[in-house]
Design a protein around this ligand. Sequence first.
Ligand SMILES: [Zn+2]
Length: 195
Amino acid sequence: MLNREEALNIYKKRNAYLKGHFKLSSGLHSEYYLQSALVLQYPHDAWQLCSSVAEHFRGMKIDVVVAPAMGGILVSYDVARALGNSIRSIFAERVDGKLTLRRGFNISEDDNVLIVEDVVTTGKSVKETIDLVKRYSEHIVGVGALVDRGGSFNTNSIDYFALIKLDITNYEPDDCPLCKRGIPLEKPGSRFIKR
Ligand SMILES: [Zn+2]
């Protein structure tokens, strides 16, 4: 099982933990950006990280692992694989902006559900996934993540474990010190796209 430093070092090694001036999907600005896809493209790295998240939930009764698409899909897959033979891995995807189970995926009312995500910032997608799962089953055993950026996410009564906990400040665009210093704003992912 990886500890926090070892896990963060994998992100650094794969250039997936970037310093600069980024616009997050929430609209907030930040000095740091995490691109899990760059780590998860290496199946061995993905396995090390996800099996370390799974360790936190080992021994709990889990039938299905659910993630919001896209970022969580591979995390769900490897966490489920690490947890045991008959555990399913499914994902929710957006239809007209709302998270939905498609492709014949289903959760029965008796299923014990673990929710996972790659990077949690505000926790908005995770909260939406919790709301979606509750329409099927009341048995949510926990929420697991590779990274918590240090947002205000709180699951109240649900067990929440993030392998890498960071304390990254996000700024409102109107109140961003990086903007004030004139540092060019990058959109996440844009530096990886050839133009
Ligand atoms: Zn800014």
